[in-house]
Design a protein around this ligand. Sequence first.
Ligand code: C2O
Ligand code: CU
Ligand code: CU
Length: 435
Amino acid sequence: LRSQDGVLRVDLVAEARVTEVAGRRAQVLTYNGTLPGQTWQVRPGDRLEVRLRNELDTATNMHTHGLVVSPQGNGDNPFISIAPGESFDYRIDLPEDHPTGVFWYHPHRHGTVADQLFGGLYGAIIVTGDEVPVSRDRSLIVSDISLTTDGTIAPVSAQEVMMGREGDLVLVNGQHKPRLAARPGERERWRVINACTSRYLRLAQPGQDLELLGVDGGHEPAPRAVDEVLLAPGNRADLLVTMRNGTSELRTLGYDRGGMGMMGAGMSGPVTLATLAVTGQDTGTTRPVPERTADPDLRERPVDRRREIAFTMTMGGAMMGPGGMGEMMDLGFDGRAFAADRVDQQVAAGAVEEWTITNPTPMDHPFHLHVWPMQLIETDREPVLEPTWRDVVNVPTQGQVRVLVDFSRHPGRSVYHCHILDHEDAGMMATVETG
Ligand code: C2O
Ligand code: CU
Ligand code: CU
């Protein structure tokens, strides 16, 4: 779906559907009956008008992940709740200088976010305006799901909530190991979204040349050759692939995000995501990538305030048995679980702030801030030299990251949270308000 005359109107219906997943009959959750939902294409300065009708049997809402839009009105409102059978009209205005790149939409109703994403509710948003000459522009939404023998979505266990659930089946655009085809010499742009509720992806495509154009709303100054890209849940990669003859696999190499003292609990093994067959006549030369405008560097601005934010997981007892942990753990930030009516960080109007996010817990957590993009300036106590803009930043176990945030635009109230969505639903979310 593309915007016309500066407006993209979408009728979005969240509903359960019976479809086929990995050759099996499955009852999943969909936007408008498809897995994933349709891709939306907009330009900076456009308006999005979305009418969301909730045909699910639980409350829902919609969040446009990564869009730099006002949290006032309903443009970014994780506090809205749309009851079953009801509709809601969103109106979201993208500023003229909105970053280009790949973003996405998904439900954000606190308490059911993980269940609804795991069930299939997600779709891509492409903000166009930095076109590269390519033969194909593909959105590849990676998700995971577990199905019971009767084809319904597997319920989550208490232990999976603590660890963050990972599905048995990893899907690309709703398909299990789809086959992609191209001709040698063709260049494609791949917009990869990690829509898994908890799984980290270490993307690689051995046998093909990958070049990174950007991650989230951040842009590389020039395409950068990479062997792999780490995408925490919520992150996106914008990649160029120049096709070389042969058959290869798009894979995730596996990642250990730590565990609660349980060996291997947070270890995801390597998985094939898709196969790519490149055959036929070489298509010849590819035109050069146009020059890209460098991303701004917030380090040129004075810091008004520094704060520290810590992920917390507090254990209520020594019991670690399966199923027994749910009640034993409290997830949150700075020792507190999410409360919608409390302001956790009050930011002065117009401020630039430096946030140090620490993780004393035994596992990694992806830190996500709405509305206000973060410039990553330090990770693992190493400075990050290039301007590096993200909306999800992984904070490794026992580690810390440092970011700069420009609060001079889009006053209002929104949230930050762990993008392991089981953690978010369990309370690992907090509010920030700027006036
Ligand atoms: Cu992708 Cu607050 O979420
Ligand atoms: Cu978000
Ligand atoms: Cu977490």
